[in-house]
Design a protein around this ligand. Structure first.
Ligand SMILES: [Zn+2]
Length: 340
């Protein structure tokens, strides 16, 4: 099969990889319908994460089950399925509590490399969720979004305790931040403040339900959120970047007693203890347990209640993956869909 392999920063190639096969009776093999490039794939592309050997890339996926191991019960050959970027058993105590991304048997799908034609999914019964039938082609980008960015934005909103009557601020205008806006709207937020300096992303944020746009960042952004909230700060803040500046922006934009849901992978972040202590702010986040939300998200997409696939503003054949990485790196695209 063909698959994307990164050799070094700025050097991804589409080449022939060995076809995956069933290794355990709980595995399934998928023929992928669509895959995509994630913001986190840009860290090795930019040389922030080291690439020491040729590495298969990608952790987002949707596709059709082509083969199942002897113990697989919940999905069958021919099903169209969505899975999370972490495989999980969905039976351990951590999974049952709703934290499948921290399952005691969690397996990162990035290790398999989903930017490919075929994919092995371990723990298929606990990981994959089938759609009610074969989806129309125009729904596939939305199901693909559910695999990571939508599920992650949704978790961020839940972690930030978004709900009716609440004012929500969203730090970060990448696909996750934008879908955090969509999630906040679905969860009943009264007011949604999107923080973005890019016109195309502001427009999509408004389409997804943002009521206010703040273009300032850092302390100026915090001041603007406070100005919009009677000096108090937002009830709920979604943090979808992961830098020192963005996490402090999120904490300082939250009112005492409010909640921050942080899903941007933190890079070299130091939290000041004394400021945190006196802030009275709840912090909750981490790798999103996307599996928990998949049944609900699949239903919302299948019924065309939400259209998260709009975050894909560039579609390329898998063979042009390198151009997809470049387009996202240069911010020419919000998110790139790759067609195997
Ligand atoms: Zn588990």
């Amino acid at each position: 099969m063909r698959g994307v392999v990164m050799y070094a920063p700025g050097d991804v190639r589409v080449e022939e990889r060995e076809d995956p096969r069933i290794l355990a009776p709980t595995d399934a093999i998928l023929r992928l319908s669509a895959t995509c490039v994630c913001g986190s794939d840009l860290w090795p592309w930019r040389g922030i994460d080291r690439v020491t050997r040729p590495t298969p890339m990608g952790h987002e996926y949707v596709g059709v089950v082509e083969q199942v191991g002897a113990d697989v019960r919940n999905v069958k050959v021919g099903d169209f399925v969505v899975g999370s970027f972490f495989a999980s058993d969905n039976t351990c105590e951590i999974c049952l509590a709703g934290y499948q991304s921290r399952c005691i048997h969690a397996y990162p799908m990035g290790r398999e490399g989903t930017q490919a034609e075929l994919l092995r999914v371990p723990l298929a019964d606990g990981t994959l969720v089938a759609t009610p039938g074969m989806p129309d082609a125009d729904l596939i980008p939305s199901f693909l979004a559910a695999s990571d960015v939508l599920g992650t934005g949704w978790f961020a909103a839940v972690a930030a305790e978004v709900g009716p009557g609440k004012t929500v601020a969203v730090v970060g205008d990448g696909a996750v931040g934008l879908l955090g806006v969509l999630a906040a709207k679905q969860l009943g937020a009264e007011r949604i403040i999107a923080m973005s300096r890019h016109a195309d992303r502001q427009a999509l944020a408004v389409e997804f339900g943002a009521t206010d746009i703040v273009t300032e960042r850092g302390d100026d952004g915090v001041a603007k959120v406070k100005e919009l909230t009677g000096g108090l700060g937002a009830h709920s803040v979604i943090e979808a970047v992961g830098t020192q500046e963005s996490i402090m922006q999120a904490i300082r934009a939250t009112r005492p007693g409010g909640h921050v849901g942080y899903v941007g992978v933190l890079h070299d972040v130091q939290l000041p203890g004394e400021e945190l202590f006196f802030s009275g702010v709840h912090l909750h986040g981490g790798p999103a347990p996307v599996r928990q939300y998949l049944p609900e998200l699949i239903d919302l997409i299948w019924n065309r209640t939400i259209d998260p696939g709009k975050v894909f503003d560039l579609t390329l054949p898998l063979d042009q993956a390198a151009e997809g990485y470049r387009a996202m790196d240069e911010r020419r695209a919000i998110k790139v869909l790759l067609q195997p």
